[in-house]
Ligand binder design. Structure first.
Ligand SMILES: [Zn+2]
Length: 81
């Protein structure tokens, strides 16, 4: 299967962000069929809001690590819609 970078629109701020081929492949390898609904910065904002400022582990992660973590979180999050 061949993936191509895809532009998605954030459901929170309306910004366009890239769902890269690599990320799509990662997604599929996990058996996920949904696409991320929010841009990385909105994901981060939501997590910061939910967990407060105490979670330094999130902040010290790279953008890509953050994005991948959020792949799980958005799918597991009942409030993500
Ligand atoms: Zn956004």
């Amino acid at each position: 299967m061949c993936f191509q970078d895809k532009s998605l629109q954030c459901s929170d701020c309306g910004a366009t962000f890239t769902f890269s081929a690599e990320e799509q492949e990662f997604f599929q390898s996990k058996g996920f069929t949904n696409e991320p609904k929010r841009c990385p910065s909105c994901h981060t904002a939501r997590k910061t809001k939910r967990y407060g400022d105490g979670d330094y582990s999130y902040r010290s992660r790279s953008w890509q690590q953050m994005f991948r973590l959020n792949f799980y979180q958005v799918l597991d999050d009942p409030n993500s819609n």
